[in-house]
Design a protein around this ligand. Structure first.
Ligand code: ZN
Length: 635
């Protein structure tokens, strides 16, 4: 139900903004203008990913798609390719960075182009020009084959398709920023007509001015509806940065932004993450508009406030308990609008700012996107995985009732308390466990969550209504650790990634102990394997024992014990079972990647309120954005 579209290896989901209807009109207008400021940046990302050609490609595909759709003759190959270009904001896969090619031919494309009436007006270039200009970009697999290239021994700037540098080599870029240390995050570095290196700053009056002017315009409107003076100041500082392009103003903005924790509306808007630059200097443009989820944030507050109680009651040796512990603060928010590099594929959590010195001196904001996680969760429920791998109807119905709460609670206990608990014996260094350290660190945080989720204190604090939440989570944890997660590993391979090793280690450890006593069993039905728990309380004690042991290993730097635990339980998988799991999983035909459509917001007819609508289709949204948020010149 929540999957609104699906193509290639992608499914498109919808999220809803819980709590929107309860807001005052003033708060809704604030969200509306921040959302407009988000949407107006759309074309910047397309241009960053591939330059002028990518803008021309976007306009051309939009024109053909809209025309064919309106005639009722949408070619499925054109639709597939266009949906992928929209999804990736360019011609490279959003995850692998490899270029993808269409299933249609150049002749198909040229004839479709020629059929679109008023092509020149719609696109801003003639059909003939578009056909020849786009030919290599669309059809030549060797032209710009990688969005970001990180291979050894090649010029990374020359071999990456991203549009952050022009006419300069990797060595020149590195030398430039080593000696100048000037603006890096918000500019393109080019060789100018006088053969000198020059930064084209992304600001009002600079590069991307036409888009940034619109962003600023809407930020100014938003500031009139801000919740408090601090928020006005934050928005104004961001505006000043966009107007002047001075990165010290962006730092200023970030300092103010991390300190503001009162308002329920918050947002990210700017040139932020540097993953798309092979040299890590240039920020891709992104925006997320957020609304604080009061109920979930209250749960985190309760957990953090009781951090000392949990530490004092942890099943670890008293010697390794922290005498003074503070929980990490984290806010759960609901996404209201996703844009730029956060759309349609989006993170489920964000921790900003990236500048290390600001983080050290002023802290950072950690948010988790509650409604996005929820939408993923709903999609997983209907994916068939649960029905395939759960043993019986009880297990399935419990997962439907408590799965989301249990997942959220696990993440919050893991992040806010788990990692921060315990202390080292004097003289032991954090790197004593070497390559096994990160697996055991994740295991420690997971075990903390597993153990305390079933503590009566959880009910007492009003965090969970009954221990069924925890038992449902125990089912899910073992089901994933012993079975489902193996589907992601190629046959014949071992488990490498530390979060996966940790889940395998914990599950196999308690399975081995538990099957000796009958608390857990592996059952076979119709030739398929299932995990069934018979003694939940017994399992909880085993999680506690393992937590105690892993804390001892970490606190004392017992490398030998770490090696033995990880090697014995966390790496190797049974080949027969692995094969079976992969077969069962593949039959479900699950798309590995997901993205989202945004809600559509509009001002009411009398201008006094904001409406929110959740019915827009993926292609309709993309075509509307293409029409309404056109900013860059098509060349
Ligand atoms: Zn962790």
């Amino acid at each position: 139900m929540c999957v609104v579209d699906s193509f290639a290896d992608v499914k498109i989901l919808r999220y809803s903004v819980d709590g929107f209807e309860q807001l005052t009109p003033k708060q809704k207008f604030l969200l509306y203008y921040l959302s407009e400021a988000a949407l107006w940046g759309r074309e910047i990302l397309f241009h960053q990913n591939g330059g002028d050609e990518t803008i021309l490609l976007l306009r051309t595909l939009d024109a053909i798609y809209a025309y064919q759709q309106q005639k009722g003759e949408l070619d499925s190959r054109l639709a597939l390719y266009t949906k992928r270009v929209w999804f990736c904001s360019g011609v490279h896969h959003h995850y692998s960075n490899d270029k993808f090619l269409p299933e249609f031919s150049q002749d198909d494309f040229n004839s479709w182009l020629a059929q679109v009436p008023n092509f020149d007006t719609l696109v801003g270039a003639s059909a003939g020009y578009a056909a020849s200009r786009l030919s290599k970009l669309i059809f030549d697999k060797d032209y710009k084959p990688k969005k970001v290239c990180l291979d050894n021994g090649v010029d990374l700037v020359a071999s990456s398709a991203v549009n952050f540098y022009e006419g300069v080599s990797q060595r020149e870029v590195e030398h430039f920023y080593k000696t100048r240390g000037a603006n890096a995050l918000n500019s393109k570095l080019i060789r100018n007509a006088n053969n000198q290196l020059e930064e084209q700053i992304w600001k009002v009056g600079g590069m991307y001015s036409d888009a940034i002017v619109r962003i600023v315009e809407n930020l100014k409107r938003a500031s009139q509806y801000a919740e408090n003076e601090q928020q006005v100041d934050i928005i104004n500082t961001l505006i000043a940065y966009y107007e002047q392009g001075d990165l010290s103003l962006f730092d200023e903005y970030n300092k103010k932004w991390v300190s503001e924790k009162q308002s329920i509306v918050d947002f990210i808007n700017g040139f932020i993450e540097v993953y798309s630059d092979p040299l890590g200097f240039k920020g891709t443009w992104e925006s997320i508009v957020e609304l604080v989820d009061a109920a979930s944030s209250e749960r985190i507050r309760l957990i953090s406030e009781n951090a000392q109680w949990f530490e004092d009651h942890s099943p670890i040796d008293a010697e390794f308990r922290k005498t003074q512990v503070t929980g990490v603060s984290m806010r759960v928010v609901n996404a209201v609008m996703l844009a730029g590099d956060c759309y349609p594929a989006t993170p489920i959590g964000v921790n900003l700012p990236n500048a290390e010195w600001i983080r050290e001196q002023f802290g950072s904001k950690s948010i988790s996107l509650g409604n996005i996680t929820h939408a993923h969760h709903e999609a997983a429920k209907s994916s068939g995985v649960l029905d395939e791998f759960a043993y019986d109807a009880d297990e399935i119905s419990r997962a439907h009732t408590w799965g989301r709460l249990a997942d959220d609670l696990h993440t919050q206990l893991h992040e806010c308390l788990g990692h921060g608990s315990g202390r080292m014996r004097e003289g032991v260094t954090l790197d004593a466990l070497k390559a096994y350290g990160s697996t055991l660190e994740e295991a420690r945080a997971d075990l903390f969550a597993l153990y305390f989720m079933a503590d009566p204190k959880m009910i007492e604090l009003g965090i969970i209504p009954s221990l069924d939440v925890a038992w449902s989570h125990y089912d899910a944890y073992l089901r994933s650790g012993m079975l489902v997660q193996l589907a992601r590993i190629a046959e014949g391979k071992n488990v490498e990634e530390s979060h996966m090793r940790n889940r395998l280690l914990i599950s196999r450890y308690v399975f081995e102990k538990g099957s000796a006593t009958g608390a857990v069993k592996m059952l076979i039905r119709d030739g398929k394997h299932y995990i069934k728990i018979y003694g939940y309380q017994a399992l909880r004690q085993m999680f506690g024992e393992l937590l105690r042991e892993i804390q001892r290993i970490k606190s004392t730097g017992d490398y030998e014990a770490a090696r033995e635990l990880v090697e014995n339980y966390g790496i190797r998988i049974d080949a027969m079972l692995h094969h079976e799991v992969r077969e069962r999983y593949q039959k479900l035909g699950i798309k590995p990647f997901s993205g989202f459509v945004n809600p559509r917001m509009s001002i009411s007819d009398d201008g006094s309120d904001i409406h929110i609508d959740y019915t827009e289709a993926y292609d309709a949204q993309m075509l509307r954005y293409g029409n309404e948020y056109k900013t860059l010149k098509c060349q």
